[in-house]
Write a protein that binds this ligand. Structure first.
Ligand SMILES: Nc1ncnc2c1ncn2[C@@H]1O[C@H](COP(=O)(O)OP(=O)(O)OP(=O)(O)O)[C@@H](O)[C@H]1O
Length: 378
């Protein structure tokens, strides 16, 4: 498990196993959450500086939503501490109620009240404030989410994307310290989802609100976050900046979960830069494997888009003879399955590469694109 912030992690967010650093907008330290005998979250720690955008990413059941709900105060913590700014909102003998945490949450189901106008939906959380102030603040946020001209519409008269914007406006109008998002875009179709991703991030940057976002969609996580906390079975598998997580996954699980990876298990030699598979394929990397990688149970990892064939392979330190097994046309590229010395390698090739099933080709990968992780199962 890695909880170190990477050198290229953006300012604003830190994945860390250390005690809650001062100056964080939100910090979670050794958080544990139980459902009866089942420990759903097993001691996770991370923190976000003001204005940061952190994503909890992972497969179904890894504990993302449970963690988010616990931060919101909707689930009790069985151990550990949650702080919003300097205030402990959950900790030994302490559980601040959800409405007193200074946190708002945006859900997958927009929960927009159909019988109320957009303005009433958004202003609901401001009850008790002077009428004019409510009107001004509602107008201000509706402007921000691009719904200024929809104030008098009813919830039933809105599209899915517009409802999600209302939900967003309602969540920010009370000016919470932290905003939580639970898969907010998953009910939208692909095109709208992409558009909303951009809009949501722009809004987050404009308002500068500290955000925690839950998704199982790696594209969403990579494109929106300063920092990604990848969860697996209730523990942190890797906490890193999105680029670092993609370029340097620290495990086979992380490599497979984020992007498409080729993974060749084998033994490292003592230089820790050269691996040999059981079938005798040698794979060299530009950098030596880290100390956490056992010599006799390592895997070489590289991205499918970094695999080249034909003449381009001549430039690569890793050059193997291969056979094209399958070619699938995916619009933007070809997904090509290759057999290389008994191992399977996937390549993403240009659509004009001219490869055909059965063809013998030179297959290449630059050493700089290879790195080593512990073989799975350890
Ligand atoms: N109310 C509950 N009672 C018992 N177990 C629960 C409850 N809610 C969640 N769990 C269990 O806790 C674990 C984590 O669930 P959680 O919903 O946090 O996962 P998730 O990563 O958000 O998954 P998904 O993407 O499917 O929502 C799972 O094993 C789940 O079965």
């Amino acid at each position: 498990m890695t909880t170190q912030a990477s050198p290229e992690a953006q300012p604003g967010v830190a994945g860390t196993a250390a005690r809650t650093p001062s100056g964080s907008a939100l910090s979670v330290d050794d958080l544990r959450i139980r459902y009866g005998d089942v420990e759903a979250v097993k001691g996770i720690s991370f923190s976000i500086e003001p204005g940061g955008f952190l994503t909890l990413l992972g497969p179904s059941g890894c504990g993302k939503s449970t963690t988010l709900r616990c931060i919101a105060g909707l689930e009790p913590a069985a151990g550990g501490t949650i702080k919003v700014g300097d205030q402990v909102v959950a900790g030994p003998g302490r559980a601040v109620p959800p409405e007193k945490r200074g946190i708002n949450m945006v859900f997958q189901s927009y929960a927009v009240w159909p019988h109320m106008t957009v303005a009433k939906n958004v202003g609901y959380g401001l009850k008790g404030l002077p009428k004019q102030e409510v009107a001004d603040r509602v107008e201000e946020v509706l402007e921000l989410v691009g719904l200024a001209s929809y104030a008098r519409r009813y919830g039933t008269e809105l599209s899915g994307g517009q409802q999600q914007r209302v939900a967003l406006a309602r969540a920010i109008v009370t000016r919470p310290k932290v905003l939580l998002f639970d898969e907010p875009l998953s009910n939208l179709d692909a095109a709208l989802r992409e558009q909303m991703r951009v809009e949501l991030l722009e809004l987050q940057r404009t308002v500068g609100i500290t955000s925690v976002y839950v998704t199982h969609d790696q594209t969403e996580a990579m494109s929106m976050s300063d920092h990604v906390v990848l969860l697996r079975d209730g523990v942190i598998e890797q906490a890193d900046g999105p680029r670092e997580l993609y370029r340097r996954p620290r495990s086979e699980f992380a490599a497979r979960f984020v992007g498409r990876a080729d993974i060749l298990p084998g033994r490292l030699d003592t230089s820790r830069r050269r691996l040999e598979t059981a079938t005798g394929i040698a794979v060299v990397g530009a950098e030596a494997a880290g100390d956490d990688v056992p010599l006799d149970a390592a895997s070489a990892v590289f991205r499918s888009e970094n695999v080249v064939v034909g003449e381009a392979a001549e430039r690569c330190e890793n050059r193997w003879d291969g056979t094209v097994e399958r070619v699938a046309f995916l619009g933007s590229h070809l997904d090509v399955a290759l057999e290389v010395g008994g191992a399977s390698v996937r390549a993403e090739l240009r659509i004009d590469s001219g490869v055909e099933p059965g063809q013998r080709v030179a297959v290449g990968v630059l050493a700089a694109d290879v790195h080593f992780v512990p073989a799975a199962g350890l």
